[in-house]
Design a protein around this ligand. Structure first.
Ligand code: SF4
Length: 376
């Protein structure tokens, strides 16, 4: 059973049954419906209503159980999941990636250095191997194979894809849908040495999607891990929290006081699309990134997270008017309708409407230069 909604709870309350005590306010809420909505969000104790039936108490008790336990391994948390699909709410802890280092192998030091130093940066996140497990000895900041075997997790040794995938899906369903305590441990898939990298990649990718809490590899291949971490980042990004970058002034190609000035919000995908184009321009530029809780420009505008007042405040905060001589700021084309409003608020600069799409920035800058030369 998944989380109870307010409406599901309401069905068990006096108001739904038109019974005695309907909307009596004893719980501190104006109506039974208000109580139900609060209870669904865990913002009120069920005991606040003296007329709650035993049936509802039992249902709520069953629902309050954590479907899957969280296990902390050297600071790496796995498990704690309570949905089958990310869009239902969110996933909690990403699938951890661990590598085995066997200290009895002659080249273990080389492999250890490779694993320890492996790092990729993607959408502003620095991704590294989560855990190193040592066999036949111990190393600092690693856990031994013996300690790994003692972890309160369920291990599946990956021998046959159909068997492993079925077990992963069955286990998560039993945990989330039935809250069966026998299936509440996080699940780890263990990959023994294998020669077939393509198959390994396909199977491990599937297990990240459904529903491994940890993957342990005896082999280490940086290309495989890069692909898996990229997939993992996409699967485990919280859809309710857009990826964002730090709001500040970014510099491209060593700008000076006369360089071009662009502006956008701190939504990571917009930022990287624009930054990529600015990096490739034959001229230097600044990019002013405004704080907008990671929303894209139009969403930020409609949610009042990108307003003329906020833009003026951002420029003031960075003391930008005193840092540059250029007096033109290029705003995203999608915000053309805001030009006059912005101009009213941002008196030190002329507002220029730029392109709708980032890929058109190159041509836009070329035209800007031609217009500038013609008017000079
Ligand atoms: Fe409804 Fe119970 Fe609150 Fe009374 S105390 S209003 S019956 S929820």
């Amino acid at each position: 059973m998944t989380e109870l909604s307010g409406l599901q709870i309401f069905k068990y309350l006096p108001a739904a049954k038109k019974a005695e005590h309907t909307n009596c306010k004893m719980c501190g809420c104006p109506t039974c419906m208000a109580f139900a909505l609060k209870l669904a969000k865990h913002n009120i104790d069920i005991e606040n209503c003296p007329y709650v039936s035993d049936e509802l108490k039992k249902i709520c008790e069953q629902n309050s159980k954590e479907p899957q336990k969280t296990v902390d391994i050297n600071g790496v948390k796995i498990g704690g999941e309570n949905v089958l699909y990310r869009h239902e709410k969110t996933f909690i802890n990403k699938t951890a990636i661990a590598v085995i280092i066997d200290l009895s192998e002659h080249d273990w030091k080389e492999k250890f250095e490779q694993v320890k130093n492996f790092e990729i940066t993607r959408v502003n996140e620095h991704l590294k191997i989560d855990l190193i497990i040592t066999k036949n000895g111990s190393l600092p900041d690693c856990i031994t194979y013996e300690d790994y075997k003692k972890l309160p997790i369920k291990e599946i040794v990956n021998e046959k894809f159909s068997k492993t995938s079925k077990e992963l899906i069955d286990t998560r369903k039993k945990a989330v849908l039935e809250k069966d305590e026998n299936y509440s441990s996080p699940v780890c898939v263990y990959f023994k040495h294998t020669g077939d990298l393509n198959q390994l990649c396909a199977e491990a990718s599937y297990y990240i999607c459904k529903y491994a809490n940890m993957l342990v590899f005896e082999d280490f291949d940086p290309y495989l891990i890069t692909a898996l971490m990229t997939l993992r980042q996409n699967i485990f990004t919280d859809p309710q929290k857009p990826l964002q970058v730090e709001p500040k002034i970014y510099e491209f190609n060593n700008p000076d006081e006369n360089s071009l000035i662009f502006m956008t919000t701190n939504f990571a995908l917009t930022f990287f699309a624009v930054a990529n184009e600015l990096e490739g321009l034959p001229v230097p530029s600044y990019l002013i990134v405004t704080p907008a809780e990671g929303m894209s420009v139009l969403t930020a505008w409609s949610a009042e997270k990108f307003t003329a007042k906020m833009v003026a405040k951002t420029l003031k905060k960075f003391d930008f008017a005193n840092k540059v001589k250029n007096r033109k700021i290029i705003i995203p084309g999608l915000l053309a309708h805001m030009k006059d409003e912005l101009q009213e608020e941002v008196k030190d600069f002329e507002i220029i409407v730029g392109t709708v799409d980032a890929f058109a920035i190159g041509d836009f800058v070329k035209n800007l230069k031609i217009r500038h030369q013609q008017s000079a």
